[in-house]
Design a protein around this ligand. Structure first.
Ligand SMILES: *[C@@H]1O[C@H](CO)[C@@H](O)[C@H](O)[C@H]1NC(C)=O
Ligand SMILES: *[C@@H]1O[C@H](CO)[C@@H](O)[C@H](O)[C@H]1NC(C)=O
Ligand SMILES: *[C@@H]1O[C@H](CO)[C@@H](O)[C@H](O)[C@H]1NC(C)=O
Ligand SMILES: *[C@@H]1O[C@H](CO)[C@@H](O)[C@H](O)[C@H]1NC(C)=O
Ligand SMILES: *[C@@H]1O[C@H](CO)[C@@H](O)[C@H](O)[C@H]1NC(C)=O
Length: 282
């Protein structure tokens, strides 16, 4: 009787030991599963997605690729053919370049943007091991031309209002615009976006700035508009504006003829006078 109980215990212990070994094996069999993909891809171009994994002696059962919840490519060596495509608009798998570790997509569409996952399943009889890794990829389209700046005049003097607008052609996502006057930020950073065809948007930004003497550098104004899309696109348009007549040096602005022409000169004239006083005081 006691022997029977011991035998029972021995069997239980043996089973436990077996399970522990199995569990330990479980933990070492499928390692380092990771997904390598570009963060951004230009619409119409190709993308190579690589699923890295370390089977640690187990047998590969399948590698499944998903966009969101939808499977679009599967590699299963026990099936013939081993590769399988699940059609999804905007996802064009190149079978000739896809295998157990990578999938190549051609002519990517905006639809592809989102969560991409690779699920690896391995067999280490009697168990299956499974691991899923995900990453985010965005399909973008940069503008086909740089930004364009229009100004209301070519020549300016202190006290004039510089009115400008900057536009960037359709893109996705839309470009963010900003103005720099002699390399100093000016205006409000309120880019407006407007719908366009093909799920694209174009951008515009307006500027209305009363010109102060401090805006001029040696009588020159260089107005730049920069269009930026995340870290993938940056382009600048530049216009060279000249001061009307001579540069706004104090002698000129404080001359009686100029000072009497317009009330708009009151503020710049005061600033320039202060400048002269400070200079005189030194
Ligand atoms: C797996 O990952 C570990 C830790 O990240 C690393 O030390 C090891 O070298 C990796 N093994 C392989 C085969 O890449
Ligand atoms: C991405 O998709 C996988 C599989 O459907 C899911 O497990 C994961 O939570 C998703 N990740 C995000 C950030 O949505
Ligand atoms: C994907 O894009 C295609 C056109 O490129 C469109 O016909 C389809 O409806 C889109 N599908 C989804 C799920 O957005
Ligand atoms: C998968 O295909 C790519 C490109 O053809 C190749 O570089 C890579 O070695 C292949 N991977 C395996 C595991 O065969
Ligand atoms: C931008 O400025 C130009 C010239 O001043 C003008 O013709 C155009 O209508 C303006 N565009 C917008 C969107 O304000």
């Amino acid at each position: 009787m006691s022997f029977f109980i011991f035998k029972m215990d021995f069997e239980k212990i043996a089973l436990c030991v077996f399970l522990i070994i199995l569990c330990a094996q479980d933990c070492v069999c499928l390692r380092n599963v990771s997904l390598e993909s570009p963060r951004y891809v230009q619409k119409g171009e190709s993308a190579v997605l690589i699923c890295h994994y370390d089977l640690q002696g187990a047998t590969l059962y399948s590698v499944k690729w998903y966009r969101g919840q939808r499977e679009f490519y599967r590699y299963c060596p026990s099936e013939s053919p081993a590769t399988k495509i699940f059609p999804f608009p905007g996802i064009n798998v190149d079978l000739s370049q896809s295998n157990e570790s990578q999938v190549v997509l051609h002519d990517v569409g905006f639809n592809l943007s989102g969560n991409l996952s690779c699920e690896v399943t391995a067999e280490a009889p009697p168990v299956f091991l499974n691991s899923v890794v995900s990453t985010h990829m965005a399909v973008h389209q940069i503008p086909d031309r740089g930004p364009v700046v229009h100004t209301n005049q070519q020549h300016y003097k202190t006290g004039d209002v510089l009115s400008a607008n900057c536009t960037s052609p359709p893109s996705r996502p839309p470009a963010t615009l900003s103005f720099l006057l002699n390399n100093n930020p000016v205006g409000t950073p309120e880019t407006r976006v407007h719908p366009s065809d093909d799920q694209l948007q174009w951008s515009s930004l307006s500027l209305n700035l009363m010109l102060l003497p401090s805006h001029f550098v040696n009588g020159h104004l260089v107005l730049k508009c920069t269009a930026v899309i995340a870290s993938i696109y940056r382009d600048t348009a530049e216009v060279q504006l000249t001061s009307r007549g001579k540069e706004p040096v104090p002698e000129r602005v404080t001359s009686p003829s100029k000072a009497s022409t317009s009330g708009r000169f009151a503020l710049p004239a005061v600033i320039l006078h202060l400048g002269l006083i400070i200079r005189a005081a030194r």
